[in-house]
Ligand binder design. Sequence first.
Ligand code: ADP
Ligand code: MG
Length: 208
Amino acid sequence: MLSLKGLRQSYGAREVLALESFEAAAGEHWLVLGASGSGKTTFLNLAAGLLKPSAGEIRIDGQPLAKLEGAALDRWRGRTVGIVPQKLHLVSSLSVMQNLLLAPYLADLPVDRGRAGSLLQQLGLEEHAEKMPHQLSHGQAQRVAIARAVMNRPKLLLADEPTANLDDENCSVSLDLLKNQSMECGATLIVATHDQRAKARFEKVLQL
Ligand code: ADP
Ligand code: MG
């Protein structure tokens, strides 16, 4: 599903990531673990096609990312990759429901309100559909970001530090939601974190 070869990323003269090879198969759940500054966010941005590597090849579901540019890359990403960014990035001027519907709209897919409604229900958010992001707790906002990330049934689901600032119970809840939602759409899940609590919850760990 995700295949990396000879991957290197430098900012200026400083190399921040070097991975000879990495493979994540369809449906696998991976934890990318490393201290702050070890390149976890860089790794996710490369896998999402948000960043071009300094060297090496990235393939997702057989597609070499280097072959995609501009609008075609954005369209491919919108249909293939779900991203839960560390800072969530919900659109503050749109309701919860509208934030979810933006995902298919931007990917040029049919806007499926039924899918959005059922995700909100699964994630315990049905009462919050018409709220604005600032009216949500951190945990609720994170669930909205997870729902938005899986709206288009991605093949690859990426989450950046999803357990940051969560107590032990909500740490488990957040990881369970990501695992359950990736299983629902048959997606490969990659969670990046410095949080050692997550280690016990994943069989596959990439240490950076
Ligand atoms: P992590 O997510 O593991 O904390 P990052 O991938 O964010 O690590 O960053 C890895 C290293 O690259 C850090 O030292 C960071 O300061 C540096 N870095 C990240 N993004 C940039 C950038 N756009 N320009 C320059 N340096 C960067
Ligand atoms: Mg990071």
